[in-house]
Design a binder for this molecule. Structure first.
Ligand SMILES: *[C@@H]1O[C@H](CO)[C@@H](O)[C@H](O)[C@H]1NC(C)=O
Ligand SMILES: *[C@@H]1O[C@H](CO)[C@@H](O)[C@H](O)[C@H]1NC(C)=O
Length: 367
């Protein structure tokens, strides 16, 4: 029986090593603004228990991302591409929350309290069916006439993170103080939850041109980091600017939001497991140290990008790229085969082993 036990250990080790392989799924595509009709697809895989929302991207290393050139959102000309590098976008979900990582190379630029002299990122999602990427929903009404009635169907959901007051590695976004005021603000780190119908009709969740509904909430959380920082112990505001300006490196912005929110005003996009959402990502950078303007952002595409939220089921399918389905099914089958193996060895041992000699005297006595 001893060698059987060794086999069991061996099989167990084999199994563990297979679980250890972290698998990712993504789709990336080429795009050019001339052919904006060609859709780009991204995938948010179901991979629970991987991401810690702390701004460090180590936990995303096994997840493949999609890379996008960053072109000016209002003038998507290849000659005006952000010179620092591409934006890498990664997403996954755990069945409750959806997680995003935006990673952009950029020399460290930080100016405490001055959001426009620091990099900034934003995510935008389609809410209303008529909401276009271009013009943030594309409602034709002006600033004075846009309302939730005149612009119905053009709603887009926006998350914007400006880091001038946000300590790297710390969590910002929805917090009890602002939630108690019933809007999507974040007085601590400016990671805010907004909605819009046009660039000129943009409001914090829970506020609007026809008055404030105090049921708005900031459903986002997020953190940022730059690879030039040394040490992972907690920064405090006195450590600002946290690193040396001009240092080469990579910015990381990490976000999460529940798949569904309690929004009743058409101010949040709702995500469905197995469904898709139309979205975009934008990046602001203080080029040559100059403060940026609201409209001077770079964008990953000149139209919506489609993101599919994978259901857990796809992991149990035949798709070879989804071997994390190994976990439950293979553990069971391994356990089963090992038990049957042990049983057969036991039976063979009982029949052929030394103990079978004990039965001989019985046969003799019968004779
Ligand atoms: C609604 O809330 C916003 C943001 O808190 C505030 O600036 C505005 O004055 C409020 N409007 C009304 C009518 O109370
Ligand atoms: C429009 O917004 C106001 C204020 O939040 C709200 O009372 C009203 O029900 C909304 N109307 C529609 C059609 O959503």
């Amino acid at each position: 029986m001893r060698w059987a036990r060794r086999l069991w250990v061996l099989l167990l080790l084999l199994h563990l090593s297979l679980i250890g392989r972290v698998i990712s799924h993504e789709e990336s595509g080429e795009w050019s603004c001339e052919s904006s009709s060609s859709e780009i697809h991204m995938e948010a895989a179901f991979l629970p228990g991987i991401i810690t929302l702390d701004g460090y991207a180590d936990d995303w290393s096994g997840i493949e991302g999609s890379e996008y050139p960053l072109l000016p959102a209002l003038d998507p000309d290849n000659d005006k591409e952000y010179s620092g590098g591409k934006l890498t976008f990664k997403a996954l979900h755990d069945g409750r929350d959806v997680f995003f990582l935006l990673q952009v190379d950029g020399d460290y630029a930080y100016s405490k309290g001055e959001n426009k002299k620091c990099p900034s990122v934003s995510l935008m999602f389609q809410i209303g069916e008529d909401a276009t990427y271009h013009n943030m929903g594309g409602c034709k009404e002006g600033r004075d006439s846009c309302t939730n009635k005149t612009c119905k169907g053009h709603e887009v959901d926006i998350m914007h993170f400006s880091i001038g007051n946000a300590i790297p590695g710390r969590l910002y976004g929805g917090n009890p103080t602002d939630s108690s005021q019933g809007n999507g603000g974040d007085r601590f780190g400016h990671l805010v939850d907004l909605y819009a119908w046009t660039p000129h009709c943009r409001y914090l969740d829970g506020t609007g041109p026809s008055g404030n509904d105090t049921n708005g909430q900031n459903n986002w959380k997020g953190a940022w980091w730059h690879s030039s920082f040394s040490g992972h112990s907690g920064f405090v505001v006195e450590d600002s600017p946290y690193g040396s300006n001009g240092q080469k490196g990579t910015y990381f912005f990490e976000f999460s939001r529940p798949l569904r929110t309690m929004d009743r005003l058409q101010q949040d996009a709702q995500f469905t497991v197995g469904g898709s959402t139309k979205m975009s990502a934008a990046f602001w950078y203080p080029v040559d140290g100059n403060a940026w303007h609201g409209s001077s952002h770079f964008s990953i595409n000149c139209d919506w990008v489609s993101m599919h939220i994978s259901s857990g089921k796809s992991l149990v399918g035949k798709d070879a790229s989804s071997t994390s389905s190994w976990d439950a099914a293979s553990a069971f089958s391994l356990l089963f085969s090992v038990i049957s193996l042990c049983l057969s060895i036991f039976v063979i041992y009982r029949i052929l082993g030394p103990k079978s000699a004990q039965y001989k005297p019985m046969e003799i006595s019968l004779g």
